[in-house]
Design a protein around this ligand. Structure first.
Ligand code: ADP
Length: 490
């Protein structure tokens, strides 16, 4: 029986998930990853801890399912994107901590470069200039580790996002590679050619010799080392977490979209084989690639499930995140209250870092239940803003939205999302779509599955939420939200 293993290395935990030939999850293990915050706005992780935690979950999942490494058909890898690791080719030792995607240490430099080269960078890479992406983080390491730039120029230092680091460790240093979906988040890749871009490398002062080879997301690029992994297993799937989730949701065709409801929201819409150009401040990005390049537009909401955490931990209006559902349903509406959780500014499509949160429409009759409900509703309104921008950018009309992530457990939120979008919301049976996407990519490359249609047939719905709200009511609420957002702008 063919087994596939997905290594899902996220920001807060590493997971390993085992699947059978029908794409069914057999076992899952996870191990926490610690972040360090050495200065305000800085976020770091230990690359060796990432590797060790990931390997611990591999052993755990194989033990749990009583499957040996030698009976695995393929390995798929998916990872927190943009996080930057630089190590010494000869010793394998990182020269600095991993700079995590959330880290703001290069924000000042990015602001300067945006002022002079912003539109050009967006044109080449599809990205809005920001400290978030890997390019400025690599530059920071080369600027701050003595001798690093010279060593990098000689090919003695290697750069990788987390996928590349895990592949290099898994192959005992034999393979230095990434896939196009991860490379498209470095701000160094030309989105149209799928190759490292010399103009960007010169601008960021990054030597090409330190960069991994870019390949498709579904291909055998090497094998795990028997000494470290227990057997030589083909490494056959790689994708950044959000693109892996898009693939795991079987969104393979233009117009198919998913939204992930976690701490924040990540919405991606597949746009087909042409490089998208966003006119609505979304990111253009590479989707997971089997053969020909595929693209997506992406938008993120900074505060989604985090607003629920805030209700729980700071306002103490609920004792668990799950309780928010029952509390929201204890009232028929918010009685005119809107809560805009712009705690750290607003993401796409506003990109306003000076906006701050607010609650509007408070009267003497406002209760905590109205506030809780308004916080949940804000997640749905922000998602509608993303979806409208995606539709405008792509020219595609969304038929339905596939959802995943922790907050999709909230049925009130899902129904309100359907109502405020006026579209069907579909929640799949397996909401671990990130790992599933990596397994699909590996299974396609190793011949476990022959076609996208076959993989698509595995996708199972848990529940669909159809819009029930009358159109005029939806429109009234939507205008109310837009007014509240205007008031919170910086
Ligand atoms: P992440 O991957 O970003 O850590 P998860 O997908 O694990 O996030 O989802 C966790 C987030 O979802 C938290 O912010 C939490 O507040 C929120 N959440 C979890 N369960 C619910 C629920 N039933 N209702 C609303 N929000 C929820």
């Amino acid at each position: 029986m063919p087994y596939l293993i997905a290594l899902d290395e996220g920001t807060t935990s590493a997971r390993a998930v085992l699947y059978n030939e029908r794409g069914e999850r057999l076992a899952m293990e996870s191990s926490p990853i610690e972040s360090a915050y050495p200065h305000p706005g800085w976020v770091e992780q230990d690359p060796l801890q990432i590797w060790l935690a990931q390997m611990e979950t591999v052993r755990g999942v194989l033990d749990q399912a009583a499957v040996s490494a030698s009976s695995l058909t393929g390995i798929g890898i998916t990872n927190q994107r943009e996080t930057t690791i630089v190590w010494d080719r000869a010793t394998g030792i990182p020269v600095a901590p991993a700079i995590v995607w959330q880290c703001r240490r290069t924000a000042g430099w990015c602001q300067q470069v945006a002022a002079t080269h912003g539109p050009r960078i967006t044109q080449v890479t599809g990205l809005v200039v920001d400290a978030y992406f890997s390019g400025s983080k690599i530059r920071w390491i080369l600027d701050h580790v003595p001798g690093a730039r010279d060593k990098a120029r000689n090919g003695d230092l290697l750069f990788g996002t987390v996928d590349t680091w895990l592949i290099w460790k898994l192959t005992n240093g034999a393979v230095h590679a990434t896939d196009i979906s991860n490379a498209s988040r470095t701000m160094l890749m030309n989105l149209a050619s799928g190759e490292w871009d010399d103009e960007m490398l010169a601008l960021f002062e990054i030597p090409k010799a330190m960069l991994p080879k870019i390949g498709p997301s579904s291909a055998i690029i090497g094998a795990s080392d028997a000494g470290t992994f227990g057997a030589e297993v083909p490494i056959a799937g790689i994708a950044g977490d959000q693109q892996a989730a898009l693939f795991g949701q079987a969104c393979f065709r233009p117009g198919l979209s998913k939204n992930t409801y976690g701490t924040g929201c990540f919405g991606l819409m597949h746009t087909g084989g042409h490089v998208p150009v966003s006119r609505n401040k979304l990111l253009a990005t590479a989707a997971a690639q089997i053969t020909a390049p595929q693209y997506a537009v992406e938008g993120s909401v900074f505060i989604a499930g985090a607003a629920v955490q805030w209700l729980r931990d700071k306002m103490r209006l609920i004792s668990t995140a799950a309780e928010s559902e029952q509390v929201a349903e204890s009232v028929t509406d918010t009685a005119g209250v809107f809560l805009v959780p712009a705690f750290v500014g607003l993401g796409a499509p506003h990109w306003d870092s000076d906006a701050r949160g607010l609650i509007t429409g408070i009267t003497g009759g406002t209760t905590s239940a109205h506030i809780v409900r308004a916080a949940l509703e804000s997640i749905a309104y922000q998602t509608r803003e993303l979806i409208e921008a995606m539709e405008a950018d792509s020219g595609e009309t969304l038929a339905e939205l596939r959802v995943d992530g922790g907050a999709t457990a909230n049925n009130f939120l899902m129904q309100f999302q359907a109502d405020i979008l006026g579209k069907r919301i579909v929640r799949p049976a397996d909401i671990e779509t990130t790992a599933l996407g990596a397994a699909y990519l590996a299974g396609l490359a190793t011949g476990v599955w022959k076609s996208l249609e076959e993989v698509e047939s595995f996708w199972r719905m848990d529940e669909a939420f159809a819009p029930r709200m009358p159109a005029d009511h939806r429109e009234r609420l939507w205008q109310g939200w837009k007014t509240a957002v205007r008031k919170c702008r910086g």
